[in-house]
Each structure stands twice: as structure tokens, then as C-alpha cells.
Design a protein around this ligand. Structure first.
Ligand SMILES: N[C@@H](CCC(=O)N[C@@H](CS)C(=O)NCC(=O)O)C(=O)O
Length: 175
């Protein structure tokens, strides 16, 4: 799980709502996703933990342990079965549905176990909102890449213009 990831966040919220804090432990990656992807480093981030299940340094190693031929993205959240030593699911919308109904026997609170956050009559609407959020996030991501690209061009153009002006202003050295 990453505290920087909104998709991971909703699984954490559902874990609380369903009283599953004791049944499902949480390992938190470092807030900064680097070139090798999410990594565990509690020494540099007070909120991060080590990988207390497999002792891995990166999330990608957890994926490869599960499937050495894995070709997808190394995303969080990941629901992991400690006993079977297998990834159960890495899709937050499915994980929250699982937490809603499949772990009721492990909940620490009766009322939390009984609470249903995916009632039959609202499922269609909830699924629609979920798809809409995914689409919207993709569009936002596209615009934020564009913004980053134009920012880069603008700053590098400004920087090179400034450098050129500085060069022009520089007095010619006479020997
Ligand atoms: N469909 C996934 C998406 C999760 C996702 O995109 N997580 C991001 C962080 S917010 C991630 O781990 N990205 C790592 C990568 O793309 O390498 C879900 O909702 O669980």
C-alpha cells in the first residue's frame, strides 16, 4: 500500500470501515516512487514500513515472486495472502468489494461486519461512478503530462533565452 496513492487509500478506508485492522495487516511503501517503482524504506519515511511479509525491498519483487513472467505494471494496492504466499488481487475496486463482503467473519466489530457498502440496489450506479472516476483520472493524467511538457518547454526556452541574452550582454574581452 502507498499513502500517496488514492486507489490504495480507498482500500485502507474500507479496511477501517469493516473493522478489519487486526485481520489484514498493512505494509506501506516509501512515499516517493522511483525508477524501479515503489520501494520499502522506513529509514527515510516515518509513515513507511518494511515489507514485513516477504522482506523484499521493492514492490516489483513481490510481483515477480508471485509470477516470474509478470509483464504488467507494479502497482499498489496489492492484497496479499500470507498463508498461500500469493497475490490475491491488485485492483482497488475489486479489493474494496472483497473487503465489503468476504471478510465479515474476521471483523473486530459486529456492526462493521454487518455494514454493506455495495448494496444490490446501488451496484449499477456505484460501478458507473467508478468507471467515470477511472476515465476522468486518465484525462487528468493526460493534461498533467501536457502541462509538464509545456512547463518544460517554457522554462527551457526562458532559460536558453536568458543565457543567450547574458552572452550578448557580456563585454567582449580585448587582449
Ligand atoms: N487499477 C489500479 C490502479 C492502481 C494504480 O495506478 N496505482 C499507482 C499509484 S496511485 C501505481 O502503483 N503506479 C505504479 C506504476 O504505474 O508503476 C487500482 O485501482 O488498484
Amino acid at each position: 500500500m502507498s499513502l500517496a496513492c488514492p486507489w490504495a487509500h480507498r482500500t485502507l478506508i474500507m479496511r477501517e470501515l469493516k473493522g478489519l485492522q487486526d485481520a489484514i495487516t498493512v505494509n506501506v511503501v516509501h512515499w516517493h516512487m522511483k525508477k524501479e517503482g515503489w520501494h520499502f524504506d522506513p529509514s527515510d519515511d516515518d509513515d513507511a514500513t518494511a515489507d514485513k511479509i516477504l522482506g523484499k525491498s521493492h514492490i516489483r519483487e513481490v510481483y515477480f515472486k508471485d509470477d516470474p513472467d509478470y509483464k504488467g505494471r507494479f502497482t499498489v494496492p496489492v492484497l496479499y495472502d500470507k498463508r498461500e504466499k500469493k497475490i490475491v488481487n491488485n485492483e482497488s475496486s475489486e479489493i474494496i468489494r472483497m473487503l465489503n463482503s468476504e471478510f465479515n467473519g474476521f471483523s473486530g466489530e459486529k456492526a462493521a461486519a454487518a455494514a454493506d457498502y455495495y448494496p444490490e440496489e446501488l451496484r449499477k450506479r456505484i460501478d458507473e461512478v467508478n468507471s467515470w472516476v477511472y476515465e476522468y483520472e486518465r484525462v487528468l493524467q493526460f493534461f498533467s503530462y501536457c502541462r509538464g511538457f509545456f512547463f518544460l518547454i517554457a522554462t527551457s526556452t526562458t532559460a536558453s533565452t536568458r543565457a543567450a541574452l547574458r552572452r550578448r550582454k557580456r563585454p567582449t574581452r580585448r587582449l
